[in-house]
Design a protein around this ligand. Structure first.
Ligand code: SAM
Length: 267
């Protein structure tokens, strides 16, 4: 049988389908998620239920968002799971997670994500951060390195700044390609993201911070002065105590927030 066929389903590349098959890895991820009934439990991309089944069987209800209609049908007909799942067929990138919020319950969100949409999906989920207790995601290892990067390193970029603005980021475990069917071409890793209840560096306008970091990292080899010249003057940088001759990856998250707040105050 082709290594693309798992449990009678042919993996679809366009949906980023690499199904987890390693029991040990599955158990470790479920342990990290720590499913419970005190939170709204949400899985993105349940696929063939590698994580769905152990999570759903240990709680009352699991909400899943899955794009592939064939996989949704399988879940709807699953003898054990069908009564436990609330299934939303659709694109997680466009999904309004606010509709899942219950007054007194925060969400725990998890998934072995399709790697082709993982960065935009992270940005999408940050918009709901205040309603999220924690997130556990399997991602391309390179993306986990970017999420958890320190200033001054190659992996440090706009995804790092926005992730670390919203969340505490903790790499959990590395997962080699052989743990999936079919095996992906890249190494993978699981990351835990815990949104701050109170932000260490509050920002007055998060959209502005997002735009500013996108602009700052547009040309990584250029200086802040150059990249941000439409937004900040030399005088602004002086007031902020930030060296405008530095490159974008040398600037800390709190300094990005300070720049965004400065631009906000100037308006
Ligand atoms: N959770 C399963 C596992 O661990 O074996 C499947 C993981 S597979 C890497 C990614 C899953 O996300 C697939 O089931 C795929 O159909 C689904 N998917 C792909 N794009 C999606 C999207 N935009 N929104 C929701 N689900 C998506």
């Amino acid at each position: 049988m082709s290594n693309k066929v798992h449990l009678g389903h042919t993996a679809r590349k366009r949906f980023g389908q690499n199904f987890l098959t390693d029991e040990n890895v599955i158990n470790r991820i479920v342990g990290a998620i720590s499913p419970d009934n005190d939170h709204v439990m949400v899985e993105i991309g349940p696929g063939l239920a590698a994580l769905t089944e152990p999570v759903a069987t240990s709680i009352d209800k699991l909400i899943v968002v899955e794009l592939d209609k064939d996989l949704v049908e399988r879940l709807q007909e699953h003898p054990v799971l069908k009564d436990k799942l609330e299934i939303h067929q659709g694109d997680a990138l466009k999904f309004d997670f606010n509709q899942l919020v219950q007054q007194d319950k925060q969400m725990k969100v998890f998934g072995n994500l399709p790697y082709n949409i993982s960065t935009p999906l992270m940005f999408h989920l940050f918009e709901f951060a205040e309603h999220i207790k924690n997130m556990h995601f399997m991602l391309q290892k390179e993306v986990v390195l970017r999420l958890s990067a320190a200033p001054g390193t190659k992996a440090y970029g706009r995804l790092t700044v926005m992730a670390q603005y919203h969340c505490q980021v903790m790499p959990v475990l590395e997962v080699p390609p052989g743990c999936f069917t079919p095996p992906p071409k890249v190494d993978s890793a699981v990351v835990r993201l815990v949104p701050y209840k109170e932000k260490p560096w509050p920002c007055k306008d998060v959209e502005l911070l997002r735009n500013l970091t996108t602009t700052a990292f547009n040309m990584r080899r250029k200086t802040l002065r150059n990249n941000l010249k439409q937004m900040l003057t030399d005088e602004d940088f002086e007031q902020l105590g930030i060296d405008a001759a530095l490159r974008p990856e040398q600037i800390r998250v709190d300094q990005y927030v300070a720049m965004a707040n400065h631009v906000f105050d100037k308006k």
